[in-house]
Design a protein around this ligand. Structure first.
Ligand code: FMN
Length: 448
């Protein structure tokens, strides 16, 4: 079995992924607005030698038919949050090896400023930065805050293509890797190695020089998680690391096959795209103990958050449909994945079950051995490269995983014990011995 990649899912708000577990006695996520919380989580990841800390993000909020339901505020389902870029920069000084993956929206970010912000983080982290490219899950409310018109689902992916082309030109094509000489007896930089970028795309226009010189990785490691046909096409073409939601071996095998096919269609090798599934677990001394713990997590939540939470990701008000309505009859211009994944279910099924997972993973509940078995079975059976650990109660669930499941994975030889000195996040995740993107990636065509 291949060596697994492991990242930790985090979210700069009190809850995550549309669940509301913040009342659980062990949860300290309500301290997300303190630097101490983030330092502790990053330290936990780095001590465990996890590959990266992933910071999810959204700009929108929950609304049902244009009105923000009070429960969204009462249970802090969506707001308030903090900026993942600022958190990542705050963690630079307290980490040395951990990859930092930030979520950035192609819908609302101005690409020229965005390119500079990511290059700065990649520069100061010494090549530890990744970017989760999102078209924005809560797009319908986010556009209002930014004073924009709503952009239809597939058009947002067309925007992503244009945004990517523009930022690639700056990251890969503006400053050559050896442009800076910093020679006090000579010159600071070689003008022949600094190039003007010209971009006239369907959505974005930019003419200029890179505001930053080339950072260690040039383009940060590109993560993506779109699962609709349009999302997969963009991921297959650009993604180096794709996240998929949780599921059975058969469901996940279907996703990995489809993503690898898209990569091949885009002229890349099938294994050039690393695929990681969201994974959540509740560990117990026995299976029954684990089940009791899981029940305690469920009991900490008010199930009434479901309608507001589901609407936040899809714009759909499930309370307005008869419970026996098949989910396959619903459609959205927001996250199509959150409708498609319940194609064989009814509205009533989703209303009853949503708070157990939200957009994230339904936990595997069992002993550490059972959880390690499940991880290995999923990885082997579904051709996965790794997992994005999505703990139900933070940082408590991560501590439990690190202390009980991780040692078993190490014993089985499927997770390494140390970081390699000086490796970039790209080298660590892709196994390449180059911190730059490979020549087969679409960004490489902009190099000089
Ligand atoms: N969407 C966001 O807007 N912000 C995020 O931070 C974010 N993180 C994700 C993490 C994982 C593990 C997964 C599986 C998805 C995540 N998404 C996030 C959602 C996807 O980027 C994508 O928008 C969603 O799957 C809908 O894609 P689709 O419209 O192509 O179906």
């Amino acid at each position: 079995m291949r060596s697994l990649k492991l990242g930790l899912f985090e979210n700069a708000q009190t809850n995550a992924s549309g669940t509301a577990t913040w009342r659980h006695p062990e949860s300290r996520r309500h301290l997300f607005d303190t630097l101490g919380y983030w330092r502790e989580v990053a330290q936990l990841c780095e001590d465990a030698k996890l590959d990266f800390l992933f910071l999810a993000d959204a700009w929108g909020w929950s609304e049902i038919n244009g009105v923000r339901p009070p429960i969204a505020t009462e249970e802090t389902l969506d707001l308030p949050r903090l900026d993942p870029f600022v958190i990542a920069s705050a963690l630079l000084a307290s980490t040395t090896d951990l990859g930092l993956v930030v979520t950035g929206s192609v819908l609302v970010e101005p690409p020229y400023a965005f390119a500079r912000r990511l290059a700065t983080l990649d520069q100061l982290s010494g090549g530890r930065l990744g970017w989760n490219i999102v078209t924005t899950g809560t797009a319908d409310t986010a556009v209002k805050a930014f004073g924009m018109d709503m952009v239809a689902h597939d058009d947002r992916y067309a925007m992503a293509e244009d945004f990517l082309d523009l930022v690639y030109k700056y990251w890969e094509g503006s400053w050559e890797p050896d442009a800076l000489e910093k020679d006090k007896a000579g010159r600071f930089a070689d003008p022949a190695k600094v190039h003007l970028v010209e971009h006239e795309g369907p959505y974005f226009r930019s003419h200029g020089y890179g505001n930053t010189a080339r950072s260690p990785q040039g383009t940060p490691v590109l993560f993506q998680a779109g699962a609709s046909p349009a999302g997969r096409r963009v991921g297959g073409r650009h993604g180096e690391c794709m996240f998929v939601g949780s599921g059975s071996v058969a469901q996940l095998a279907g996703h990995t096959k489809a993503i690898r096919e898209e990569a091949v269609k885009a002229g890349r090798a099938a294994d050039q795209v690393k695929i990681m599934s969201a994974f959540s677990c509740v560990v117990g001394a026995t299976t029954q103990d684990a089940e009791r713990r899981w029940q305690r997590i469920l009991d900490a939540q008010r199930p009434e958050v479901t309608v507001a939470s589901y609407a936040m990701f899809t714009g759909l008000d499930l309370s307005s449909y008869a419970p026996d309505t098949p989910m396959s009859a619903l459609s959205t211009e927001m996250s199509q994945t959150q409708v498609a994944r319940f194609a064989d279910k009814t509205v009533g099924d989703v209303l009853a079950d949503w708070h157990t997972h939200g957009v994230g993973a339904r936990p595997v509940v069992g002993t550490a051995e059972e959880i390690a078995d499940e991880i290995c079975a999923l990885a082997e059976g579904a051709d996965l490269d790794g997992f994005l650990l999505s703990p139900p109660v933070q940082p408590h669930s991560t501590v439990e995983f690190v202390e009980s499941v991780l040692p078993i994975l190490r014993e089985r030889g499927v997770f390494r014990g140390e970081y390699e000195d000086g490796e970039s996040l790209r080298e660590r995740l892709t196994g390449a011995d180059d911190r730059a993107l490979p020549a087969s990636h679409p960004a490489a065509r902009y190099r000089h």
